[in-house]
Ligand binder design. Structure first.
Ligand SMILES: [Zn+2]
Length: 233
């Protein structure tokens, strides 16, 4: 079921909750469309690769630094208690707006991605954003600080199962290849009318002619030397 589209602005800076982080996650996972997903992913990947170290990221990209500094408006808003809020709303420049079908100008995907990037970087729990998951590539909210690789326990154990199956198949393949090489080497000296593939697969029943052909094509197995004609004396 598609989630209810979130209205994004204005955000209360001093009251950010995990919901705002989840919103960033949903967008990164494509729930608001591929265009916004791509725009935000580009920012997040660069951010992650920087350390994350925002200072380095901004110094490495002057135009982005300028956009970030200029695209945000913060207002002090009194409440009916003794407290005030800091409300921030995007002040996206004209070049990040585009004309919609109804003729009205709206913020482009790039502009929305910028506002989500503010949300993440101003969020007190910014380091709970995890992902992409090593198995399913989704972004997620970390439940513990150690949860750095997989989005869920399920993805973690599936990945382990896949890795161990792959390891077992690799070992089986290596064992077959070892036996095939040994048998192929012996073939030229035998007194058999069988060709080498037939002879090898008779000696090693789990190795078929097809398997041998593939091994030769992949360069894993060398063809045997030519069999010397045995005179029938
Ligand atoms: Zn996953």
């Amino acid at each position: 079921m598609p989630r209810k589209k979130k209205s994004r602005d204005p955000l209360v800076l001093n009251r950010l909750s995990v919901e705002e982080l989840e919103d960033v996650c949903h967008v990164l996972n494509g729930e608001d469309g591929p265009e916004l997903q791509l725009a935000l992913r580009q920012l997040i990947v660069t951010w992650q690769e920087s350390g994350p170290n925002l200072m380095n990221m901004m110094f490495a990209d002057g135009p982005l630094f300028r956009d970030m500094r200029e695209s945000l408006k913060v207002q002090w808003v009194p409440t009916d208690t003794g407290r005030a809020h800091l409300v921030f709303s995007p002040a996206i420049s004209e070049d990040k707006k585009e004309k919609g079908r109804d003729g009205k100008y709206r913020v482009s995907a790039e502009g929305v991605a910028l506002t989500l990037f503010y949300t993440l970087t101003l969020h007190p729990e910014w380091d709970r954003l995890g992902g992409p998951c090593a198995r399913c590539a989704r972004y997620y909210i970390k439940k513990t600080a150690r949860q750095t690789k997989y989005c869920t326990r399920q993805c973690g154990s599936l990945a382990t199962a896949i890795a161990s199956t792959r390891k077992r198949l690799d070992e089986e393949h290596a064992d077959k290849l070892r036996r095939a090489i040994a048998a192929t080497r012996n073939w030229p000296a035998t007194r058999t009318n069988l060709n080498w593939k037939q002879w090898v697969s008779r000696r090693e029943p789990d190795i078929t002619s097809k398997w041998l052909t593939r091994a030769v094509n992949k360069g894993e197995l060398r063809l045997p030397e030519i069999k010397q004609q045995l005179s029938k004396a």
